[in-house]
Design a protein around this ligand. Structure first.
Ligand code: NBG
Length: 851
């Protein structure tokens, strides 16, 4: 694939007025070319940054400074492309999409930027001459973990695809000083250490002191009579400053470089006269400092709602600054508000930024003096909302009293919006109080609450789920009345992941196989190409190459495990991987109970039977929310079981259990390519989509899983015969729960044996695990017990297939070659065409208008 811009002249298109031209001629003369990408220029750039940016010398030049120096030279090149892109977008003025997400789980940037800009070979040899391996320097970088899990990582995959597809897009989010906590494991328990990720600086961000906005909290609303009707002014309260930090996002093999703009809160410069007069200097400083708390810390909850005022402050701070920025950009070229939805699409990544709907409405009405109906039309045409979960504990509902205090004007407007909305409901269902109650944005009760999902649905022109089955549930089970009212509002957009990070960068061996057998590297941006691999499925040469790449990746992971956990694992064993947030619905418990059963079985076997056992390395990784007591107990159980198994010489060659601490994006990049099977075993109907399932499938790992989330669509593409599907189906869940309530569930005898061993203390003091067993016996909401025997059957099928390695490898190849649909490129095209109505805007790289 040709990669433009190895060294191209800068091209500012558009006509510059003659006076400007003269004034700027020196400027343009000095800045005509992009930085050169030959080895010498790269080396010089690195050394310059080591000296002038880091103030270090060539005598004091360690791996970390080599990483930093390299990162700054890459950043220079990103900035050039970024400026070029933004300039081009400004001139062309296409409709843009703004992706609003409280989370971006970016991971590392150096490798991604170098690969996307097509500079891998150049950097590799430039660094080699300076005495460094490029691949080693990647490891010097700290992950940017401004997200919890799937939702945040999805946002980052989407940003990569948007840039690669040349869509004019911006990501907006918050620059938390503390990202996802660092997980340690002590005595088998999770510990949490704050992640001050900026401690060694961050070459990937550009501080924009020139982009600042003021955000108001609290205060009061004053109504003023005027000739055009009543006006409402929101006044007083506290002011906080939002400062922009930009992270350039390079597309693959294109000049197009988009931006993620993250806001950081800083004290507002307003002079506090009262504090000054009161002589209370130190408390005035403290008050100012409090404003910096807003963007201090990412809430570490995945799929659960936290009703803290600070969280609502984060949400409002985020959208208030973002809308100032979007509107400023819009106003550069436009004066007619009716054009706004033709130029701006805003996507809400879950309900977290939903207050932005009301904020835009407030600005239109109070600041731009647009009439209610017209303003509401603009708002609803602009916004679209993605739902990412149907778990009730994750649905956000803010107490009315909290919003009234923090955002008084917004609460008034929400009442007004709800009033008009309920009139529509009455028209559709006259006199039906039940419908009004169930649809209302306000939930009545002891404490009135604002249902953010309802507000998001009412304020958007489109609502989508993230996998076919999830979207069906959103439409039919969670919001059936909304779907009846607005059948065309609801869509499905199945998630996707970027093949750049998850194949090309994470699995170089597999990339080479694809390049070789497909005779092209087009698959990197056109993943549909990989289906052609199926033609070679019986070619022994391919099968051998496939095996050896997997082996290499397993050895890489084994080294990592040895380094981080001190455990030696057998790389000929089957690598069985379960990595994701620790959550009851994701059922790591089902897995570890199965592991215990396997262990007990091996222990009972004769030496002859043991000879037939498939050796396994069972890998777990994932974080539990710090306040999620049950999930943390599951971590303890996994580690306690691991401790016993890993120290039992009798099972040494057959079974190892590893819990890799501090799971994050860069660790996933090592684990995913090394796995033989991956566990996607949530209770049917609970996992909205899942995205690691897609990454594993791309990397030829076979899914053992339930028909939940995107597993269903993966099964359609890959074929169920190439996976290990088991368990209750979604439509059986209610019945199974009823069976549990009626105490009609007969516990499988193998599970009883497992329970007995836990109770007898085989894995440590039984009282630690009693709450886990109790949760199963009294309720078993996630139906672990009923799925257990089916799960064991599926695991037995895994073992059987493993014994015929060539058949296994063929299935592995089929998995990889069936993954086109799960590329985030496909997902972004669908959003662009079916929700946002935007088109690609490719930055022209010809130099016909050089100055
Ligand atoms: C998560 C779902 C996952 C899904 C991701 C991305 C939330 C609220 N939801 O199944 O649990 O893959 O979103 O869509 O984090």
């Amino acid at each position: 694939m040709s990669i433009p811009l190895k060294h191209t002249a800068r091209t500012t298109t558009g006509v510059v007025p003659p006076t400007e031209k003269k004034k700027g001629s020196k400027l343009f003369a000095l800045k005509t070319d992009f930085l050169k990408n030959d080895e010498d220029s790269i080396q010089k750039g690195i050394l310059d940054h080591v000296e002038y940016t880091l103030a270090r010398t060539k005598y004091n030049f360690d791996s970390f400074s080599a990483y930093q120096g390299s990162a700054y030279t890459v950043r220079d090149r990103l900035i050039e492309r970024w400026n070029e892109t933004q300039q081009y977008y400004t001139e062309k003025d296409p409709k843009r999409v703004y992706y609003l997400s409280m989370e971006f789980l970016m991971g590392r940037s150096l490798q991604n930027a170098i690969y996307n800009m097509g500079l891998k070979d150049e950097y590799h040899s430039a660094l080699l001459e300076l005495g460094f391996e490029l691949e080693d320097l990647y490891e010097e970088e700290k992950d940017a973990a401004l997200g919890n899990g799937g939702l945040g990582r999805l946002a980052s995959c989407f940003m990569d695809s948007l840039a690669t597809l040349k869509y004019p897009a911006w990501g907006y989010g918050l620059r938390y000083n503390y990202g996802m906590f660092e997980q340690g494991i002590y005595d088998g328990y999770q510990t949490e250490v704050p992640d001050y990720w900026l401690v060694a600086g961050n070459p990937w961000e550009i501080e924009r002191l020139d982009v600042q906005y003021t955000v108001r909290f609290y205060g009061h609303v004053t109504e003023r009579k005027s000739s055009e009707g009543n006006k409402f002014d929101w006044e007083g309260g506290e002011l906080v400053q939002a400062i922009a930090y930009d992270a350039p996002i390079p597309g693959y093999a294109t000049t197009n470089t988009n931006n993620i703009r993250l806001w950081s809160s800083k004290p507002h410069k307003e002079f506090d006269l009262d504090a000054f007069n009161g002589g209370n200097y130190l408390s005035a400083v403290e008050a100012k400092q409090r404003s910096e708390n807003i963007t201090s810390v990412l809430y570490p909850n995945d799929n659960t709602y936290s009703g803290k005022e600070l969280r609502l402050k984060q949400q409002y701070f985020f959208v208030a600054a973002t809308l100032c920025d979007i509107i400023r950009r819009f106003k550069k070229n436009h004066s007619n508000w009716a054009d706004f939805p033709n130029k701006v699409a805003i996507q809400l990544n879950d309900t977290h930024p939903t207050i932005g709907i009301v904020e835009l409405f407030r600005k239109l009405i109070d600041e731009e003096h647009i009439q209610w109906d017209e303003a509401w039309q603009i708002v609803t045409k602009t916004y679209a909302y993605t739902n990412h979960t149907i778990l009730p504990e994750a649905l956000e509902m803010w107490p009315v009293s909290l919003i009234e205090n923090l955002l008084p004007r917004h609460m008034q407007l929400i009442y007004g919006i709800n009033h008009r909305f309920l009139l529509q409901v009455t028209q559709k269902w006259p006199g039906d109080i039940g419908k009004m109650r169930s649809l209302s944005i306000i939930q009545e009760g002891d404490e009135k609450k604002v249902r953010m999902a309802h507000l998001a649905i009412v304020g958007s022109h489109c609502v989508n789920g993230v996998a076919a089955m999830h979207s069906e549930l959103v439409r039919n089970a969670v919001f059936p009345d909304f779907a009846a009212l607005w059948p065309n509002k609801f869509q499905n957009k199945t998630n996707g992941v970027t093949p750049r990070r998850w194949i090309q960068q994470a699995n170089p061996g597999l990339s080479s196989i694809l390049n070789k057998w497909l005779k092209t590297d087009k698959w990197v941006t056109q993943l549909e190409c990989v289906k052609d691999l199926k033609q070679h499925i019986n070619n022994p040469e391919l099968i051998e190459e496939w095996k050896s790449v997997k082996q290499f990746n397993k050895e890489r992971l084994a080294d990592f495990i040895h380094k981080t956990c001190g455990i030696q694992v057998n790389t000929n064993a089957l690598f069985d991987v379960h990595i994701k947030r620790i959550h009851e619905y994701k059922r790591q418990l089902l897995n570890i109970l199965g592991v215990i059963y396997r262990y007990l079985s091996i222990k009972k076997m004769s030496p002859k039977d043991r000879a037939n056992v498939v050796s396994r390395v069972v890998v777990f990784a994932g974080k539990a929310a710090p306040g999620y007591v049950m999930a943390k107990r599951h971590i303890k159980l996994i580690n306690s079981v691991a401790e016993v198994i890993n120290n039992d010489k009798e099972v040494d060659q057959y079974l190892k259990v590893v819990f890799i601490p501090n799971y994050n994006v860069s660790i996933a990049q090592v684990i995913v390519p090394a796995s033989d099977i991956n566990q996607q075993i949530s209770t049917a109907g609970t996992e909205a989509s899942g995205t690691s399932n897609m990454k594993f499938t791309m990397n030829g790992s076979l899914i053992i899983g339930t028909l939940d989330g995107a597993n269903v669509e993966i099964a359609e593409e890959v074929g169920q015969e190439n996976m290990f599907i088991f368990g209750l189906r979604t439509h059986e869940i209610a019945g199974a729960r009823e069976k549990m309530r009626q105490k009609e569930v007969v516990i499988d005898s193998r599970l009883q044996e497992v329970f007995l061993n836990i109770e007898l203390g085989t894995f440590g003091p039984p009282e630690i695990f009693k709450p886990i067993l109790d949760s199963l016996m009294y309720n078993d909401f996630y139906l672990t017990m009923q799925d257990f025997p089916l799960y064991l059957d599926a695991q037995a099928e895994v073992d059987a297939l493993w014994k015929t390695q060539d058949a296994w490898i063929r299935k592995s190849i089929i998995n990889t070659s069936s993954t086109y649909f799960f590329s985030s490129d496909r997902a972004m095209k669908e959003y662009a065409e079916e929700i946002w109505n935007i088109e690609p805007c490719e930055v022209e790289t010809s130099d016909y208008r050089r100055y």
